[in-house]
Design a binder for this molecule. Sequence first.
Ligand code: SF4
Length: 460
Amino acid sequence: MDKKDITRRDFFKLMGATGLAATGLVASSGQDDSHTNATTVPTGTMNRRTLTGDSVSLLGYGCMRWPMLPAPDGKGEMVDQDAVNKLVDYALAHGVNYFDTAPPYCQGQSEEATGIALSRHPRDTYYIATKMSNHHLYGAGLRGKELYDASVKMYQDSFKHLRTDYFDYYLFHILGSGAGMEEMRGRLYDSGVADYILKEREAGRIRKLGFSFHGDVRVFDYMLQESGIQWDFVQIQLNYLDWRHASGRNVNAEYLYGELTKRGIPAVIMEPLLGGRLSKVHDHVVAKFKQREPENSVASWAFRFAGSFPNVLTVLSGMTYMEHLQDNLRTYSPLHPLSDEEFVFLQETAELMMQYQTIPCNDCKYCMPCPYGLDIPAVLLHYNKCINEGNMPRNVQDENYRKARRAFLVGYDRSVPRLRQASHGIGCAQCNPHCPQGIDIPKEMQRIDHFVEMLKQQKA
Ligand code: SF4
C-alpha cells in the first residue's frame, strides 16, 4: 500500500461518512497579517457544533492574547479594554459564542477583561470556559491543605473576575506538563482539589468539566482510563504539523483525537496555528498554498484542518487583532471541509516543514516573566522567523551570507530590546517546567546567544 492510500483511508475513517459536512470554526493569534484574505466577513453562517448539547461556534475565542498597552505608571502592561470590548462585540455579532480564558492569561488580567467585555451582553448568548491553573501554585511549592486553600480561592476569584455565578466549561489546566504524573497527583488528588471541583459540577456551578493536556502521555491515558471521572470534553493541541509530527514532549494529535473520539468525548482544539508558526511558514511553503488558493490566507489552511474533524467542538484562536478575527470568521462562515486530497497535501506540507528546523515555541508565554528579564518567546520567534524567511546566515562562503547576517542582527535588535536578549540569561532553568512544548529554554538561549556573538564577530 502506498502512503497516500493509507493516509486517505485513515482520514475518511476518522471523518466518518457525514463528518466532512458537519463543522464549525476558530481563529488564532500570532497570525501573520501579510497572508490574510481581504474579502467581506459573512454573518449568520458560522458553523456550530452540538457535541456537548450546547450549540457552540466552531470558532472559539482564546482569550490568552488580548491586546495590551503600557501601564500608566510605566510598570508593565495592561489589557487594552476598549479594544477587547470591540473584539468581543464583533465576534458575538458574527456568531462566535465560546470564550476560553484562564487565571494566568495576559499576566493575570484576562479573566477580568473578558468578564467586563462579555457582561455587557446577555449571559445566555455566550459560553465561558476557564481553568483551575494551580500548576503555578504547585510550582511555587504549595502542597496539601495550602494548595487546596489557594486553589479554591483561585476558583472563587474566577467567578468574580468573570462576573458570573456559573461556568459553562471548566478545565483542569495543562495536565501532563511539569513533573507529569507526580505533579498531576499532587495538584488534583493529594490536595483534594479534584473532589472539590467534582462537587462543584454536581452543584451545577460547573456545567461541563474537562482538562487541557500538554506533555506526558501517561497523564492523558490515566485521565481517560483510570481517573473514574466522566469528562464532558478534553482540550488538546491539534494542527497539521502536530498530527503526526509533534515535537518535544508533545504527543501526536492523531493519537489524542483518536482516543477521545473512540470514547465519545468531544475535543476542544488549542494551537490550531501552533502559536502562529503555521501562518509564518517558510516562503517555499507559502508559495505552495498560494498556488492552490491565491485568495485565502495561509492560516486558513490550518483552521480548515482543525475544523474538518467531526468530533471537534470548537477551535480556539487567540486573536489579538481585528484582522485575525475577520480572517478566521471567513474561514468558518461556513467551513469548507478539507477534501481527502487536501488532507494529503497538508500532510506532505508538514513533512516539508519538518526540514526547516524551527524551535517549537508557540508563544504561549507560560515561561514568562523571566526573573532576569529575558523576553524568551520573542527571542525564539525571531530565530524561527529568520529560518522561515530563508534568512539564516550559516556560512561566510554562502552567496547571501552578508544579507542574511544583517537581517538576523538588525531584526534581533528590533524584535527584542537589548536588555531582554538571550545574552542576559544565566541558565537558572526556572522556566523549563512551565514550557508545554518541552523546550530546553536555557539551552536554546545559550545556543542563540553564541550564534549571535559568532555573527557579530564574523563579518563577511
Ligand atoms: S518557550 Fe515554551 S513556555 Fe515559553 S512561550 Fe515558547 S512554548 Fe511557551
